[in-house]
Design a protein around this ligand. Structure first.
Ligand code: UDP
Ligand code: UDP
Length: 472
């Protein structure tokens, strides 16, 4: 070991930051945290991860367990959630309740963070918790960063929305939001609860939007070539004056443990099936972890896929909620007819590996941000059919970046009408045959690879983030 002179040990201790991650709940929030943590662990930093007990679901507990197993140097900090009286919020979404319970337990974070060794130097939290976590971090004299799980465009809405409300005529309804320097976001594209200022979601969103501006930095799973306009406007203060540094560090890669998890499930058969398909012949269909699709709409999608003449791999999570499963919904006839050119799975797949497979030519997606960045990384055209939440804002990026096409006029799952199999099949067929669409998506894939390579924008941003941590 090197012998250090008296001045060095201190300098060295200061040079090694200790980051405490405080993730929120929901797979769409946790996966990007885990992926970023995996990437950060390659750098010279200590890492702790706050695990809130009890975990929401077995799947979440499982992902936490794998993270600590695969990265033994990462420390686990347990935090026991205080019970929340759900009757206070009749009809609220379970995830929203979880976020609220987390927010109300955040005072427990101060002693938990104060207890870690070596001394913590920074906290990285989720946007849903930031209005509680940032003041705690500031009290403890720690840097506080937000790891945002959606797009830079969504971050521009999140931070500008409170200002929009301050400027709006108090009597008027929420309308289109023209985010300075970014774009006009139509009212119908906003997460639906934002239209009602009394909603718990909206109250949290506003508080968090105001606070995010006061943090030390915002990490986003995006890259400069994907959202050049929104990133520039955030960085130069056009969206909100004094906005903290923005680190565009995406697209993230999935962790080895996710591949393993998929291998444990249906992955091997899905991949084996893909291996037998011609290049760019398969439509991969997936709507994330939380969207439900009615049986009627499912039948239209199936009919559309069949009519498109393409091969297809739908991952139908929601079908698991149907007693009897996919076969009952779609019928034996369908299952027989599509044998060979279609494979239906309801198991967890390694989506990154599926999208990276040469047989996949199109991704029919709900446009969840993780899915969009995974399609961008793979250079696979995405056909966006967004249900709500931040999916429509994400779809604006799908369209503007060249990743794919957004069917803005398609209603989600019979909210207004069912999208017919004929229409779905026609669009799929058209996109599968469109060279220009394919080339644009492939170009984005090349840009994504450049961004994360040595010297690329995301790689450089990551180094800047690590340097900022060291400046604590
Ligand atoms: N995912 C996966 N395998 C599955 C289903 C989902 O790997 O079988 C991953 C997918 O790759 C993505 C995430 O789960 O990273 C879903 O996030 P997204 O933001 O697209 O949608 P959400 O589920 O949050 O609505
Ligand atoms: N969001 C936010 N501030 C909040 C709560 C949520 O900026 O206080 C963002 C969140 O990151 C997501 C979007 O709002 O991008 C819409 O959330 P959604 O209803 O889709 O739930 P999620 O998919 O995040 O679970």
């Amino acid at each position: 070991p090197t012998v250090l002179n008296s001045g060095e040990p201190d300098a060295r201790r200061r040079a090694r930051p200790h980051v405490v991650f405080v993730p929120s709940a929901g797979m769409g929030h946790l996966l990007p945290f885990f992926r970023f943590i995996g990437a950060l662990s390659a750098h010279d930093v200590d890492i702790s991860v706050v695990t809130v007990l009890p975990t929401v679901s077995a799947a979440e507990a499982d992902h936490f367990a794998r993270l600590f197993h695969d990265f033994p140097s990462i420390r686990r900090v347990d935090l026991n959630l205080l019970p929340l009286d759900a009757s206070e919020f009749p009809g609220a979404d379970p995830f929203l309740l979880r976020w609220e319970a987390l927010r109300r337990s955040m005072h427990l974070l101060a002693p938990a963070i104060a207890g870690v060794a070596p001394r913590a130097t920074a906290v990285v939290t989720d946007v849903t918790l930031v209005s509680h976590v940032n003041p705690i971090a500031k009290d403890l004299r720690l840097q506080c960063h937000v790891l945002f799980i959606s797009s830079a465009t969504m971050m521009s809405l999140c931070s500008y929305f409170p200002i929009y409300l301050d400027n709006k005529d108090a009597e008027a309804d929420v309308g289109d939001v023209d985010v300075p320097g970014v774009r006009r976001l139509k009212r119908s594209w906003l997460p639906q609860p934002l239209l009602d200022l009394d909603k718990l979601f909206t109250k949290q969103f506003i508080e968090n939007g105001r606070e995010v501006v006061k943090t030390d930095g915002v990490l986003i799973n995006t890259f400069d070539a994907l959202e050049p306009v929104a990133l520039a406007a955030l960085r130069d203060g056009t969206v909100v004056r004094g906005f903290p540094p923005v680190f565009a560090v995406g697209p993230y890669s999935s962790l080895a443990s996710e591949t393993k998890k998929a291998a444990d499930a249906d992955q091997s058969s899905a991949m084996a099936w893909l291996n037998q398909q011609p290049p760019r012949s398969v439509v991969y269909v997936a709507f994330g972890n939380r969207c439900t699709v009615s049986n009627d709409q499912l039948r239209e999608i199936a009919a559309g896929l069949e009519a498109s003449g393409s091969r297809f791999l739908p991952r139908w999570w929601t079908a698991t909620t149907t007693a009897g499963g996919v076969r009952d919904v779609l019928g034996d006839g369908f299952m027989e007819r599509v044998k060979g050119h279609g494979m239906v799975t309801k198991e967890w797949v390694d989506q990154e590996a599926v999208l990276g497979h040469p047989a996949v030519g199109l991704f029919l997606s709900h446009s969840g941000w993780n899915s969009v960045t995974e399609a961008a990384a793979a250079g696979v055209p995405l056909l966006a059919w967004p249900p709500g939440g931040d999916h429509r804002v994400a779809s604006t990026v799908v369209a503007s970046s060249g990743v794919g096409v957004w069917m803005e006029q398609w209603s989600w799952d019979g909210e207004e009408w069912l999208v017919s199999g004929e229409e779905i099949g026609g669009k799929v067929k058209e996109m599968m045959a469109d060279d220009a669409v394919r080339e644009r998506a492939a170009k984005v894939g090349e840009e994504a690879a450049k961004a994360v390579a040595e010297g690329g924008t995301s790689h450089t941003s990551m180094l800047e983030f690590v340097a900022k941590l060291k400046a604590a």
